[in-house]
Write a protein that binds this ligand. Structure first.
Ligand SMILES: [Zn+2]
Length: 411
C-alpha cells in the first residue's frame, strides 16, 4: 500500500506541475508559455496561478518588452516565501542548512556531535540547533515547511529509525523522526544520506529530460543514491546503494561487516593512512580508529596528492582503481547517463581523483558504444548531505509525482 506523509503537499498534482515549470524558468514565465510547457488548459493555469499568487509562492512581474504591444506579465517563484531545513548526521559533525525555494543555502551551522553513545542528548541538541538556525536566519516560523534528516545507513524509513550505523556507536535502533517532530513541532522526514544527496542533485538539475544517474557518496562510508527516469529509488526499506561492500580484488583491513575484501575499505581513512605510514609520508603511530571526517592525517595525505607528491598520488590511484571498478558495476547494472561523485570527503579528492575515476568507469561501461556515461563531481559541496535533507522536504512538498495525487487536493 502507498503510504501517506505528515508533510502536506501544497495543493494537487497540476499545481505541482505548474510550480515546477515556474521554478525552472529563472527569468520568469508568462501564462501563455505555461500552457505550452505543461499541456494544461489556459483556464486551469489561470486558476492555479491565482491560488499560487494568493499563497505568496509566486509573484507577478510586469515587464515591458521592446517594440509594440502591451507589457507582458511574467510569473516568478517567490523564493523566500517558504524554507526547508536539512540536517546531516555524521559520526563527527551535525550540519544544518536552511534552504529557500530555489534551493539556495540561506543559513547554515555545524556542531560537533555530543558525547558518543548519547542519542537522546543528540536529538535534543538537534532540536535546539534547529531553533537557533531559524532565529539566526530571522525567518518567520510559519514559513518553514519541515525538516529533512540525512543519516548514515542502515535506517528504517517506514518507522523513522536509525538502526545502528557502524560508525555511530551507541545508535542501535534510535527513533529520530518522532522525537524531533515533538521537540520542534515541525514535520520531519528521514532518509539515508546517499539518497538525500541524490535528491539534492536532482533538485539542482537544469535538465529537461528525465534524469538517470547514480550519486556516489564519499563520506565516512561509501554509498550510492540512485535516480532513474527522474524518480529517486529507495528500495524496500530505504537502504538502497550499499556499494561499499562490493567485493574487490584488494588486500584491505576487515570491514565491520566481517569480510576482508570490501571496496569501501580500499578508500577508508584507516587504509589510506596505513599506506601513507608504510610509504613514509605520514609519521608512524597514527590513530587508525579515528574514522571521522575531521581526520587530519587523511586530509594531509590528500593535500600531498593534490600537490603532485608521487607516492601519495599512487596511493589514491590504487584506491581510485578499485572504486572505479565498483562504480562501473553500478553504471552497468542501472544503465545510467551520469555518475556524480560527491559528499564531504569528495572536495579534497576531486582535482586529482576525477580524471582517474572517469577513465576507470568509462573504460568498463559496457554500453559505451550506444551512449556515453558522463562522470562528474557534484557542484553542491561538502554540505550536500544537509542540503539533501532539506531537498527531501522541497521534493516531497513540490515535486510533481504521481504519488502526489494521493496526498493533495486536485487542482
Ligand atoms: Zn563490508
Amino acid at each position: 500500500m502507498q503510504r501517506g506523509t505528515n508533510l502536506g503537499r501544497l495543493g494537487g498534482y497540476n499545481q505541482a506541475v505548474i510550480l515546477d515549470a515556474i521554478r525552472r524558468a529563472h527569468e520568469g514565465v508568462a501564462r501563455v508559455e505555461l500552457v505550452e510547457l505543461t499541456g494544461l488548459s489556459p483556464q486551469t493555469i489561470s486558476n492555479v496561478v491565482r491560488r499560487l499568487v494568493d499563497e505568496g509562492l509566486v509573484r507577478e512581474d510586469r515587464k515591458t518588452v521592446s517594440g509594440p504591444g502591451k507589457p507582458r506579465t511574467l510569473l516568478a517563484l517567490e523564493v523566500s516565501s517558504r524554507f526547508a531545513i536539512g540536517i546531516h548526521l555524521d559520526p563527527a559533525l551535525v550540519t544544518l542548512v536552511l534552504l529557500n525555494l530555489d534551493g539556495e543555502v540561506v543559513a547554515s551551522a555545524r556542531y560537533e556531535m555530543p558525547a558518543v553513545g548519547e542519542p537522546d542528548q543528540t536529538v535534543r541538541a538537534m532540536a535546539g540547533h534547529v531553533r537557533e538556525l531559524i532565529r539566526s536566519a530571522d525567518v518567520a516560523r510559519e514559513k518553514i515547511l519541515g525538516i529533512g534528516v540525512a543519516a548514515p545507513g542502515p535506517i528504517d524509513v517506514p518507522r523513522g529509525i536509525v538502526v545502528g550505523p557502524p560508525m555511530l556507536h551507541g545508535w542501535e535502533s534510535v527513533s529520530l523522526r518522532e522525537p524531533l517532530r515533538e521537540l520542534t513541532g515541525l514535520p520531519v522526514l528521514l532518509d539515508k544520506d546517499v539518497t538525500a544527496a541524490a535528491v539534492a542533485e536532482l533538485w539542482a538539475s537544469e535538465r529537461a529530460e528525465p534524469e538517470n544517474f547514480a550519486f556516489i557518496y564519499l563520506g565516512t562510508g561509501l554509498g550510492a543514491g540512485v535516480v532513474l527516469q527522474g524518480e529517486v529509488l529507495r528500495g524496500a526499506t530505504g537502504n538502497i546503494g550499499e556499494i561499499g561492500h562490493f567485493p574487490a580484488q584488494v588486500d584491505v583491513p576487515e570491514c565491520f561487516c566481517g569480510r576482508r575484501n570490501c571496496v569501501g575499505m580500499a578508500l577508508a581513512f584507516r587504509t589510506l593512512i596505513q599506506q601513507g605510514m608504510d610509504a613514509g609520508l605520514l609519521p608512524p603511530g597514527q590513530d587508525l580508529d579515528k574514522l571521522s571526517l575531521t581526520n587530519e592525517a587523511a586530509y594531509q595525505l590528500c593535500r600531498m596528492a593534490r600537490q603532485g607528491q608521487p607516492e601519495a598520488l599512487a596511493i589514491f590511484r590504487n584506491a581510485a582503481r578499485h572504486l572505479g571498478t565498483a562504480v562501473a558495476h553500478v553504471a552497468n547494472l542501472l544503465d545510467v547517463d551520469r555518475i556524480v561523485f560527491g559528499g564531504p570527503w569528495w572536495e579534497g579528492l576531486a582535482d586529482f581523483a576525477l580524471p582517474m575515476l572517469r577513465q576507470e568507469v568509462q573504460e568498463q561501461f559496457v554500453a559505451r558504444a550506444i551512449h556515453e556515461v558522463e562522470v562528474t563531481g557534484s557542484g553542491l559541496g561538502t554540505e550536500v548531505g544537509a542540503i539533501g535533507g532539506a531537498c527531501l522536504v522541497l521534493d516531497q512538498t513540490f515535486s510533481p509525482k504521481a504519488s502526489g495525487l494521493l496526498l493533495g487536493n486536485p487542482a
